[in-house]
Design a protein around this ligand. Structure first.
Ligand code: PEP
Length: 253
């Protein structure tokens, strides 16, 4: 059964103390709410916040995501954090392939594919991001771009591992810009992504995978976006740092 997931991506924001306060507010709200088995709230927090936030949230209500992991197992990779290290802290999700990692840190499809393998190996659910730039959309290449990202990421991933994946469609032009994709544009791409998955892994798996939309989701547009049949929640950046707004977004899903 497909899950609805509302995932926060805090990026490189907040000090641990501030992050703990935000997490506590979201946790307080969720303590009075029955989310049901099919709805999940995930907080994608900086590495430095993970342990502290885990101490203050109810793991039955809130899962913690890291925003990256190394493509390597262990060893002489100064500054890197392995998926195994994250697992040992109790991290359940990891955001991979985010456009900011692709753009600012040179992450290629190949590196992202290696990181996906690390996540699977350590039983962490990857939230795999894909999406086109404005230029690519304007040239009419958006479907090709997303298809290539998916093929390169999952070409070596078997059915068992793929089932543990969450996809986030994040058009780059909508991230942090205040210009969200229209529900129609997002729905159209989500249907396309589900078709690609179906070609790879079959209809049943395609139907079960959660495909989130990300890109300037705020309290004011969340309901419209989430009511689309093929949109199974959101990956939320800026608005997830405002707990009251993030709570409204959770309520909209
Ligand atoms: C993101 O960074 O994944 C994102 C969707 O950011 P924002 O919501 O701020 O556009």
């Amino acid at each position: 059964m497909r899950k609805t997931i509302i995932a926060a991506n805090w990026k490189m924001n907040t000090l641990p103390k501030e992050g703990v306060e935000i997490a506590k507010k979201i946790n307080n709200y969720l303590s009075g709410v029955e989310l049901g088995l099919n709805k999940k709230v995930v907080l994608g927090v900086p590495f430095t916040h993970i342990s502290k936030i885990m101490e203050v949230v109810d793991y039955k209500k809130i899962a913690i995501a890291a925003q990256n992991c190394s493509q390597y197992d262990f060893g002489a990779y100064t500054g890197e954090i392995s998926a195994e290290m994250l697992k040992s802290l109790g991290v359940q999700y990891v955001i991979l392939g985010h456009s900011e990692r692709r753009l600012y840190f040179g992450e290629t499809d190949e590196i992202i594919a290696q990181k996906l393998q690390q996540a699977y190996k350590n039983a962490i659910f990857p939230i795999f991001c894909c999406g086109e730039t404005l230029q690519q959309r304007e040239k009419g290449n958006h479907f090709n771009v997303v298809e290539t990202q998916l093929i390169n990421a999952f070409v070596k991933v078997d059915k068992f591992n793929f089932q543990r994946t969450v996809i986030a469609y994040e058009p780059v032009w909508a991230i942090g810009t205040g210009q969200n994709a229209t529900p129609e544009q997002a729905q159209e791409m989500h249907v396309f992504i589900r078709k690609i998955i179906s070609n790879f892994y079959g209809h049943e798996i395609a139907n079960d995978i959660s495909i989130l939309y990300g890109g300037s989701v705020i309290a004011n547009n969340a309901r419209q976006i989430f009511k689309c049949e093929h949109i199974d929640g959101g990956l939320v950046g800026g608005a997830s740092l405002k707990p009251d707004e993030f709570i409204q977004i959770i309520e909209s899903a």
